[in-house]
Design a protein around this ligand. Structure first.
Ligand SMILES: [Zn+2]
Length: 220
């Protein structure tokens, strides 16, 4: 027993400890009467630490989510931009192909009737039976339906026409759609660019001109 040794301060009440161990006479770390309070204090401290840890994890998760959402937004914007370009090119190709077929029917019907010109054959196969028949009907074609006799000419043709789709909506106010038609102004709804719609558009384009300005093309 060392009397010169200073007693420690009790963890619970902050006062110097006055009791010694009955086993070895050393100062106790706290008052015997303070044991319950110490247990309570330690439990509270552990709970607080746990809470801090959980909060830190939560903040980190929030941060992760924000990062993921930003990444996602960027990817979607990128995708929409590319899809937009891609779809416009497709739509333009479609319109130009229709224009070529209309012109061919009006300017070079013999090339189509003989069906020997590679470009005429390619054009027909690209557009497909349904579309060529539709153009022919509108155009008042009275010759052989050459496209019906070509086994290589499928119903739908080889030209990709549609590519509309949707993204799941990850956040409010985000761009969640991309579409493939020419009408991007309103930014609403999902539409596809059909043969009929394309021809209607051509028809409308060709019939806006007056007597002196019939427009660059005439459907008929
Ligand atoms: Zn105490």
């Amino acid at each position: 027993m060392d009397d010169s040794e200073k007693p420690p301060v009790c963890e619970a009440c902050g006062r110097p400890v006055t009791e010694r161990s009955k086993v070895n006479g050393a100062w106790l770390k706290s008052h015997r009467g303070c044991k319950d309070r110490i247990r309570t204090i330690r439990r509270r401290r552990a709970a607080e630490e746990n809470e801090e840890r959980v909060e830190a994890m939560f903040l980190e998760a929030l941060e992760d989510r924000k990062r993921a959402a930003n990444q996602w937004r960027w990817q979607i914007e990128n995708r929409n931009e590319l899809a937009d370009e891609h779809d416009r090119v497709l739509a333009a190709t479609l319109l130009v192909s229709y224009r070529c077929m209309i012109a061919a029917m009006n300017v070079m019907p013999s090339a189509l009737i003989q069906y020997r010109e590679p470009w005429a054959v390619d054009l027909t196969r690209m557009l497909g039976r349904r579309t060529v028949a539709l153009i022919a009907r509108r155009d008042g074609w009275t010759h052989t339906a050459f496209w019906e006799h070509d086994p290589e000419c499928s119903e739908d043709g080889t030209l990709t026409r549609v590519g509309a789709g949707e993204w799941a909506l990850p956040m409010e106010g985000m761009e969640d759609e991309y579409r493939d038609d020419l009408d991007h102004e309103d930014g609403r709804g999902r539409r596809t660019f059909s043969d009929v719609k394309a021809l209607q558009r051509l028809w409308a384009e060709d019939h806006v001109g007056g007597q002196w300005d019939p427009g660059p093309w005439r459907f008929k």
